[in-house]
Design a protein around this ligand. Structure first.
Ligand SMILES: Nc1ncnc2c1ncn2[C@@H]1O[C@H](COP(=O)(O)OP(=O)(O)OP(=O)(O)O)[C@@H](O)[C@H]1O
Length: 315
């Protein structure tokens, strides 16, 4: 008998997962799982619940919630050598990570992916003992997502990031950074830096145009100091995926990134406050075993020519 632990955030998103829970449990039972559940009670509880599930030797952890809950679950299981497979039922308002994995927002379809899909291995980011699956960033603008009031976020979803973001743009200032990436070095006045694992970040689906989720590389984006007008222009280019052509935007692929600054620079991991610099980022290649739809699985293990071309152009 296979065992599954469903860890769900009863407060995530707009729809109630709790109402659907009996039907979900029935489907897992019919598929041959012995299933138990844990409703999270507050911040970090999903991390403790995931640790418990690892220690109990569950075969599968199903995380149901938004990006915050998934991040917490991953932070719980990452420390274990023997990690259960991960299934995800997206219930958040933004769901960046599951959008990147092509996991449906429909509960029934997401359950079908867990029960009938395939297991893909995807990269995980680590930073000073914390883990992220989507993006890490630093600079003044990254304060945006955790300053967005949660109620506003629940009502208008990812738009809240931008509304708040636009308000804060005049307050942005550049910071002096030293960025060692693999064997290279970048030093200078930087507005913002991002390390992306997926292409789906805060609703900007073209920010990292060629993300390959199992290549072991971060996409490192660095925006040099720009004025307000230039910044607005680069943001509009980013919505079309054309920001990489801008001379103030630097784009690299790297596995290991060390960032230091004399300024106090706050970090953001998957949309939440992640501490301050200095930071050492490592890409843990194919670290997570996740149930994914066939469409994404095929993408993950296909030879992607666009990806190679773009990489060569930037070498
Ligand atoms: N019972 C609870 N009451 C209040 N907060 C909770 C509870 N359980 C978990 N949380 C916290 O809620 C945070 C946000 O949850 P989650 O990401 O699942 O949903 P969301 O904010 O609706 O989605 P998204 O991140 O996609 O916007 C989690 O990081 C967790 O710390």
């Amino acid at each position: 008998m296979k065992t599954a632990r469903i860890i769900y955030n009863p407060t995530a998103g707009k729809e109630s997962f709790q109402d659907k829970l009996p039907a979900v449990l029935k489907r897992f039972e019919e598929a041959g799982y012995i299933t138990s559940t844990h409703a999270t009670t507050g911040p970090n509880d999903a991390t403790y619940a995931a640790r418990f599930a690892c220690e109990q030797g569950f075969d599968l952890i199903v995380a149901s919630g938004g990006d915050g809950t998934i991040n917490e679950v991953i932070n719980g299981l990452a420390e274990y050598d023997k990690r259960p497979e991960l299934g995800i039922i997206p219930m958040g308002t933004v769901n960046d990570f599951t959008r990147a994995l092509k996991i449906s927002n429909d509960i029934d379809e997401a359950v079908s992916i867990i029960l009938n899909g395939r297991t893909g291995k995807v990269d995980l980011g680590s930073m000073n003992g914390k883990y992220f699956m989507n993006i890490a960033g630093g600079g003044k603008i990254t304060e945006v997502s955790y300053e967005a009031p949660s109620k506003l976020k629940a009502v208008i979803g990812s738009l809240a990031y931008y509304v708040k973001g636009i308000e804060l743009i005049p307050q942005m200032r550049s910071i002096n950074l030293r960025i060692e990436y693999d064997d290279e070095l970048f030093e200078g006045e930087v507005m913002i830096f991002l390390l992306g694992l997926t292409n789906s970040i805060g609703g900007f689906e073209r920010l990292v145009p060629n993300a390959k989720l199992n290549d072991g590389y971060f996409t490192l984006l660095i925006l040099e100091h720009v004025n307000l007008a230039e910044f607005g222009h680069i943001l509009s280019l980013a919505t079309r995926g054309e920001h990489l052509k801008h001379p103030k935007v630097h784009y690299y692929k790297a596995r290991d990134v060390k960032i230091t600054s004399f300024d106090e620079v706050q970090l953001n991991l998957d949309g939440e406050f992640g501490g301050v610099l200095p930071a050492h980022f490592k890409n843990l290649k194919e670290f997570l075993k996740i149930r994914v739809p066939d469409e994404f699985y095929n993408e993950l293990y296909s030879e992607d020519n666009d990806y190679k071309l773009l990489n060569q152009e930037n070498e």
